[in-house]
Every structure is written in structure tokens, then in C-alpha cells.
Design a protein around this ligand. Structure first.
Ligand SMILES: *Cc1c(COP(=O)(O)O)cnc(C)c1O
Length: 369
């Protein structure tokens, strides 16, 4: 059996008729940027998350940058980011002339460890950016409490967590603002790039919209330094079609995850854990084993492609070298990087394929240990 790490072709096949309809609509309307389709998707997505405002933009990295610009984060400021995860938040922090400060991650949940957060706060700290990594919510009640105490802005990176909840509330509704990605492989993905800022703060929403549109308050009235970041009408139309499927796709991801968890619970590997009060939506199914590379090689031989998220903790990346970070500073994230392995998990896997993966991983662990 051959199980690629992702397989977008299947989703496209299931939605073919609806997607073709979206193409047709956009082609016939002649409107390929902005318009009602984009506005409707902004409203639908914000309402799904449970926030007042949604502002579509080019991608999640842009969304994070635009939020930080709107919050006037810049030289002299520090931004707290988790030590394990995708680099966008740390990257845009640098781009704005501010300093990313890495907070170690939880050994089992992989998200920012609130116990390690407060020690990293200084008089320069302006914001904290929790990442809801792999589809599990970061501990938002703790993070927002600490942020409030120190007067910090909270920006959620929700790129891997469309529909994940903590205490019955969807992530994206906890921070002052949140950034989503619609990159094709995310739980809700376009057929190209796309992103969105969501917030309940009307002033922030207006500023974000302005910055994403060349600082224009109204046509030809440029009142602040902005940039250009937008979603195509076609991508918005496609996302509007896919949004109603998100809950069932996430449920299917959870049911595949429960099969994996059950099949491997007696093996000597670290399985994904779900913190109390959270719903994991398994954007990725990440295990830890000291025999990571051997297991990955075995699975490749069995036709199963795995990946690593992420092979290097952020503080160790050459990109951040000039910050002269203390290398002993984030031992959990740095120590884990050599053990993490992502096993294929997506809604379109058949039951037979799920059973195959479950069996092959068991066999692999027995073989390589
Ligand atoms: C994918 C991802 C991003 C970046 O999203 P883009 O839309 O590609 O810019 C940011 N943060 C996390 C955690 C991601 O997984």
C-alpha cells in the first residue's frame, strides 16, 4: 500500500462538482479580486470562529505581520514566541525590527509552556504569540491571565487549528487578534495561498484592514504606511464551499487519531496528548521516539511517507544566531527535535489505510527497538 503524507487529490475529487461551480461563478462574474464573495467568506469564517471581524489577506505570515504592525510593534520591543513550531511569528518579529524571545514548550502538549512564560517577560515585552501547534490549543486561560497581568497583547497563531477548542471556545477568539492560514494542506485549505486576521476589537480590525490595503482609509487616501496583502476572489469562493465540511473533516481526523492512539498505547513511544478541556483537531499526528530515523526508514520501505515537524527548534536556527541566545534556554523544545515524527493523518484516508498504518507502525517499533 502507498500512503503519501498528504493527498489533496482525494479532497478535490470529492468536491469536484462544487469547486467547478465556484470556478464558473468567478469566471462569469469577471470579479477576480475582492467583491461580495470575499466579504461573505470573511463574515462566514469570523462567525464560525466566534469573532466579530474577519479580514482576509494573502497568507498567515502576512496576517501575523499586519497584526503586529497594527499593534505598533517595532524596534526595542520583545515578542514572546514558542521555541517549537513554524517560524512565521518569530520571522515577522525580526522583520519589524523587534526581538523574538523564545519560550520553552510543554513536553507532551508541544505548545508554549505557561510555566516558562513569566520568566521571559521584561519591560520591553509587548506581545505573546502562542501557536496552537499540531491542532491542539495552547493553554489560553493561563496565557491570557499572565498576559493581562503584564499588559501584553495576545496574538494567536491558529494556522494549524481551524476549529480546535479549549473550554468549549474555538481558538482565535481568545487573543486580541488571531492569524489563520488557508495554505492547501491546513485543515481548511484553499487551492493556493490565503490567510485571515480575526478579532473582536473594532479599532484593531479597521487598522488591520487599512494596513493590508496600502494604508488606505478610503480610496486614494493613504493615511499610514501599509502594504498589499489580499486573497483572490477565487480562493475565497473555494474556501466558502469547503468551510461547511470543516467540522466533519476534523471529526474524521479525531476518529483516525483515536484508532492510532488505541493501536499504539502499549508501545514505548510518546503519543500525542490532549490537555484537559481541549479538543485536538490533529492537523498533525506527532509521536516521539528515540528511534525516529530508523522508524521513518522502515515506514518508507512499507510505502508510508512520514515527515518531521520540526527537525530544528527555533532558537537553534541560523536565522536567529545574531540574537546570541542561550542554547540551554529551551531544553524541552531543543531536546525533542531529534525525536519528533509525524505520521500521515488526513480525513480522506480510508479505514483500510488507517489499519495498514496502525499495523505497520507497530511492526516498525518492534523491529527497530
Ligand atoms: C503554515 C503556518 C504558518 C504560515 O502560514 P502561511 O499561510 O503559509 O503564511 C504560520 N504558522 C504556523 C504554525 C503554520 O503552521
Amino acid at each position: 500500500m502507498n500512503i503519501p503524507f498528504v493527498n489533496l487529490k482525494r479532497q478535490h475529487f470529492y468536491l469536484q462538482a462544487a469547486l467547478n461551480q465556484a470556478f464558473k461563478q468567478v469566471l462569469e462574474s469577471g470579479q477576480v479580486m475582492g467583491g461580495e464573495v470575499v466579504k461573505t467568506f470573511e463574515k462566514s469564517f469570523a462567525s464560525y470562529i466566534g469573532t466579530q471581524y474577519g479580514i482576509a489577506c494573502g497568507n498567515c505570515t502576512d496576517a501575523l505581520e499586519i497584526i503586529m504592525r497594527a499593534m505598533e510593534i517595532g524596534p526595542g520591543d520583545e515578542v514572546l514566541v514558542p521555541a517549537n513550531g513554524w517560524l512565521s511569528a518569530a520571522e515577522v518579529t525580526l522583520m519589524l525590527g523587534a526581538r523574538p524571545v523564545f519560550v520553552d514548550t510543554h513536553p507532551f502538549y508541544y505548545t508554549m509552556d505557561p510555566e516558562r512564560l513569566e520568566e521571559k517577560i521584561s519591560h520591553r515585552t509587548k506581545a505573546v504569540v502562542p501557536i496552537h501547534l499540531y491542532g491542539l490549543a495552547a493553554p489560553m486561560p493561563d496565557i491570557t491571565r499572565i498576559a493581562q497581568k503584564h499588559g501584553l497583547q495576545v496574538i494567536e497563531d491558529c494556522a494549524q487549528a481551524h476549529g480546535a477548542t479549549v473550554q468549549y471556545k474555538r481558538v482565535g477568539g481568545y487573543g486580541h487578534a488571531a492569524a489563520f492560514s488557508f495554505y492547501p494542506t491546513k485543515n481548511l485549505g484553499a487551492l493556493g495561498d490565503g490567510g485571515m486576521v480575526v478579532t473582536n476589537d473594532v479599532e484593531l480590525a479597521e487598522k488591520v484592514r487599512m494596513i493590508a490595503n496600502h494604508g488606505q482609509q478610503e480610496k486614494n487616501k493613504h493615511v499610514c504606511q501599509g502594504r498589499n496583502s489580499r486573497i483572490d476572489t477565487l480562493q475565497a469562493a473555494i474556501l466558502q464551499i469547503k468551510l461547511p465540511f470543516l467540522e466533519q473533516w476534523n471529526a474524521r481526523r479525531r476518529s483516525i487519531a483515536s484508532i492510532y492512539l488505541n493501536s499504539w498505547k502499549d508501545l514505548d513511544i510518546q503519543l500525542p496528548a490532549t490537555s484537559a478541556g481541549s479538543t485536538h483537531i490533529y492537523h498533525l499526528f506527532v509521536i516521539q521516539t528515540g528511534y525516529r530515523d530508523q522508524l521513518a526508514r522502515f515506514l518508507e520501505g512499507e510505502g508510508i511517507t512520514t515527515e518531521i515537524h520540526y527537525p530544528q527548534a527555533l532558537p537553534e536556527m541560523p536565522l536567529f544566531k545574531h540574537l546570541n541566545l542561550d542554547t540551554d534556554d529551551c531544553p524541552v523544545a531543543i531536546g525533542q527535535a531529534a525525536k519528533l515524527l509525524s505520521i500521515p493523518l488526513y480525513p480522506e484516508l480510508t479505514d483500510q489505510e488507517v489499519e495498514y498504518v496502525a499495523g505497520r507502525v507497530r511492526a516498525g517499533i518492534r523491529k527497530v527497538y
